[in-house]
Design a protein around this ligand. Sequence first.
Ligand code: FES
Length: 352
Amino acid sequence: MSSQDIPEENLPEEQEHAHGAVGVADEKNPFADPGLPPHEHRVQDIDERAAKRSERAVAFLFTLSMLATVGFIASYVTIPHDRAIYVFPVGHVNALNFALGLTLGVALFTIGAGAVHWARTLMSDVEVADERHPIEAPPEVRQQVHADFKLGAKESALGRRKLIRNTMLGALTLVPLSGLVLLRDLGPLPGTKLRHTLWAKGKLLVNMNTNEPLRPADVAVGSLTFAKPEGLEEHDEEFQTEIAKAALMIVRIQPDNIKDKRELEWSHEGIVAYSKICTHVGCPISLYEQQTHHVLCPCHQSTFDLADGARVIFGPAGHALPQLRIGVNDAGYLEALGDFDEPVGPAFWERG
Ligand code: FES
């Protein structure tokens, strides 16, 4: 509709610098005629019923977005992850992936479409010319920006068109829930699982190779023995998970050569037991130097001194290997006197 066809009283008030309104050259508008076509009013500017129709259309799109987000969550909860459906022309696809993609796509698209339709039909139709200026804005420009922002907020009619505002806020609030729901795929929280192993007071130390409980006489000076807690068998369902935390290496050192006082107290006749899991990124430690009592992780060469509290003497590991306090039971077998006093393996955020 051209502005010539509209009765004068129906036309919205012309604003300064409106599209096509530049006619006189001055300091602000150096070109009297910048070549802009005459401004044409939109039907929504002159017909309140058309404006209402646009408002309802925008609200419909935002509402559709809310429904799609609800559909996304419902799909995630109700559709089995292994169900397939036939979708023309793609063929057979995973039903859950299809539903999640479709609903999230609709939720995001309708927010965008609603915003664009709102801007094109109901927000202010005034075009303004702005001169280039230095990047640093002087105070008066900042004031002007502030005033323009307030004007823009007023012209967007957020306060007046409550239906749009409320549905838009609803859509924008709900759509991030899709991301929150997906966090569930990260699995159950670990709880205290990272802090504890199968070791407990009274658990016998069992040789990993022979599957026999160890006696002090089985551990010779200069040898490296690997052990696991009694009761943990290789055919157990949880074997890999549990042995990854409980694997132990045992060496015998002359008590006089043990430099760390606590290590000596936690040992039995020079037999010391340490976690076999490297504190860098968790490789199993397997190389032992008899003369120096150093153990070496084959992954990134972290080296620990077993005669000195297993402190790190080389490599990227961040802290010493956890020691297991051991003793001998009445039957003469080596036993644990408790669990490790700290989590084994690499550092994690709650290690403290
Ligand atoms: Fe042992 Fe990296 S895992 S040094």
